[in-house]
Design a protein around this ligand. Structure first.
Ligand code: MIC
Ligand code: SF4
Length: 641
């Protein structure tokens, strides 16, 4: 039977289940990755499983998010992660080595392999033909312990690329066009698989820009075939041994089809507020800009930064603009340092930041109040930058640099001839900042500073559900809104009691106090609740505040899985109109809910005073057992007894 690429990889890793869309399947995982902001919790959870060494082929722990060392917390976390990796058999990519997705693509990607990572942009690996999925940290912990990864079989959308990009139009414009067409909900339950002659015109890092930002579509993942161009990339990375060709069968079928003619695309830009607020750059030319940032796991590869270097050569940036550049990895930074690209940027007036997430997660580089910032990033929800009333636009490095040079939003085509960038025969390859695990784990002591607090215990589900509506929120609530990042909150990622004080702080500062006063309760939300990041703290911290259920119109994939993993009930209104009938403060009740869940009931009647609201519990039978056990950790322990 002919198969598309997604089906090929899934079937070669299938452990359990039928590959029928929406049915749960279990697959084996070849590689895992974590970053520091999710990693501390993932490793504490792995430790709770009491397994001496990871059982995965390759597991890598990166430090790239919490880089600001304004107190002992982040440095303590880095040391914990380094010693933990050494003891338990995990590679450790040191702070300064680069952003997890960029470094993983360069040094660990393997076409045809499966990868899960505790970061929503893990699909970056799809640029090199991997099936790479973003998940919660606990899922990574269980897989490192030897378990399979469970997921709903996705629908596979074939995205045919035809033609080739015009000068000054780049991969970011392709994914912005996808977001314009499909919106941030358009990819839920789907994999986007790219094929067609246009694929041959994109290099691996360009493909990775597209798969990276497929996360903003809500997709399970996105993938490109591994072909001659991929081979060239592995040659440059001196990793030809890891390369193999893999692509869809010529007569492969897809569940849905989309075609994008690359030759017709123009520079695109996402307006403030949401990555799917996309228009053509030409439509908003002339808007005054005060900050430009080029970097993040979406757009900070060698070619992109060399285009920027060529564009600024012999010029100075506009005096009203602050230009920040964060090279994606030390490899990119060192290569552009040695070939002079970096000198051009410095000479033009750029501020060179560390190879890390930096402003993307609001850890520095916040713009001034009320100003416009254009970033080559992937997310622009209100407040994520750290400045409440800024206006963050998302665009390609080309559009960003045009704004930095002119001080206004400008179509980059106006900058003149598009620079031709020759790829170096070999990148600077130096893995000295990737530390191998110890051969003698018994002699490695895991060092914990005072910021590392034990993970909270979760009790099994109570027979009845009863609680007040603690908050009612609307559509597209991101995990950034539930559990914000930024310099104040991020250092508390390994300290659940402390971080729980910040749940919904930017939406309703009284939330945590109210939750405590009421001994927990219920959250009500609209469509696509929990979109965005994989941070399980958006489930774990509400759980600490005794939130028992979240009732919404629909969920984003990773967040729903995280709620189940921590024993919080993810319920969806059967009739979306029911959302309108509930208010903050209402008392909701479902007597005998435990019984209903064990009996496999899909419809859960929730009583709001005299009114019965029908909700559905759309989870697998395995997930029911997880909820009943009080979360995945308890369930996994019970199973292994
Ligand atoms: C993000 O881009 O929001 C993050 C920060 O990388 C998150 C992970 C986290 O919150 O630690 C993600 O995308 O999963
Ligand atoms: Fe880091 Fe931003 Fe990428 Fe998240 S999206 S991994 S914060 S660079």
């Amino acid at each position: 039977m002919s198969m598309n690429l997604t089906q090929k990889i899934l079937s070669s890793h299938l452990i359990e289940g039928e590959m029928v869309p929406t049915k749960e399947i279990a697959i084996s995982i070849d590689q895992t990755l974590t970053q520091d902001a999710t990693g501390t919790m993932a490793y504490l959870q792995f430790e709770a499983l009491d397994i001496p060494r990871v059982k995965t082929g390759v597991s890598v722990s990166y430090v790239d998010h919490n880089m600001l060392q304004a107190g002992f917390e982040n440095a303590d976390d880095h040391r914990f992660l380094q010693t933990f990796a050494s003891k338990y058999g995990i590679y450790f990519s040191r702070p300064g080595n680069g952003i997890c997705h960029q470094v993983n693509l360069e040094r660990f990607s393997k076409p045809g392999n499966t990868l899960i990572g505790s970061d929503s942009h893990t699909p970056t690996g799809g640029g090199a033909g991997m099936l790479a999925i973003g998940v919660g940290g606990l899922d990574v912990a269980v897989v490192m312990g030897g378990g399979p990864y469970y997921i709903k079989m996705p629908y596979v959308v074939g995205v045919e690329l035809t033609g080739s990009l015009k000068p000054w139009v780049s991969a970011k414009d392709v994914i912005l066009e996808m977001l314009r067409k499909l919106t941030v909900k358009g990819g839920v339950g789907k994999v986007f698989e790219y094929y067609g002659e246009g694929v041959n015109t994109l290099m691996v890092p360009e493909r990775a820009t597209i798969t990276n930002m497929g996360a903003e579509l809500g997709a399970t993942t996105s993938i490109f075939p591994s072909d001659e161009i991929t081979k060239q990339y592995f040659k440059q990375q001196k990793r030809l041994d890891d390369f193999k060709y893999i692509s869809a069968d010529p007569d492969a079928k897809y569940d849905e089809y989309i075609t994008i003619d690359l030759s017709e695309l123009e520079p695109m830009i996402a307006l403030p507020g949401s990555p799917d607020n996309v228009v053509k750059v030409s439509e908003i030319e002339g808007t005054k800009v005060e900050q430009v940032i080029i970097g993040s796991c979406t757009n900070s590869s060698y070619k992109e930064l060399m285009v920027v270097a060529a564009a600024v050569q012999g010029h100075k940036i506009d005096p009203g603009v602050s230009l920040h550049i964060t090279p994606g990895s030390r490899q990119v930074l060192e290569t552009i340092t040695r070939n002079g690209g970096l000198a051009e940027m410095v000479s033009a007036g750029a501020r060179i930041m560390e190879s890390a997430c930096d402003g993307c997660i609001g850890l520095g580089s916040s713009p001034a109040s009320g100003t416009v910032s254009i970033r080559s990033f992937n997310r622009n929800w209100k407040g994520r930058s750290g400045t409440a009333d800024d206006s963050v636009y998302l665009a390609s490095p080309e559009t960003c640099i045009a704004a930095a040079l002119t001080g206004i939003i400008t179509d980059p085509g106006k900058l003149g001839d598009y620079p031709v960038i020759d790829m170096p025969d070999n990148f600077v390859i130096d893995d000295s900042m990737i530390i191998q695990p110890s051969d003698d784990p018994d002699f490695v002591e895991v060092i914990r500073g005072p910021n590392i607090k034990p993970i909270p215990k979760i009790t099994a589900l109570s027979p009845d559900l009863k609680g007040k509506v603690l908050i009612k929120v609307g559509d597209d609530i991101s995990t950034d809104a539930i559990m914000p990042a930024g310099p104040k909150v991020l250092p508390l990622r390994s300290n659940i009691p402390a971080i729980s004080e910040f749940v919904f702080v930017n939406v309703d500062p009284g939330f945590a106090a109210r939750a405590k006063e009421n001994h927990g309760g219920i959250i009500i939300g609209g469509d696509n609740y929990g979109q965005g990041s994989s941070r399980e703290h958006a489930a774990l911290a509400p759980l600490y505040l005794e939130v028992k259920a979240v009732i919404v119109r629909s969920f984003a994939r990773i967040h729903k899985a995280n709620l189940v993993n921590f024993g919080i009930l993810p319920l969806e209104f059967n009739d979306p109109e029911s959302f309108g009938s509930l208010q903050q403060g209402d008392v909701l009740e479902c007597k005998g809910i435990k019984e209903l869940i064990s009996s496999g009931a899909v419809i859960i009647p929730v009583q709001a005073g005299p009114v019965t609201i029908e909700c559905s519990l759309d989870i697998s039978s395995r997930q029911r057992e997880i909820i009943l056990a009080g979360g995945l950790l308890n369930y996994t322990r019970l199973k292994s007894c």
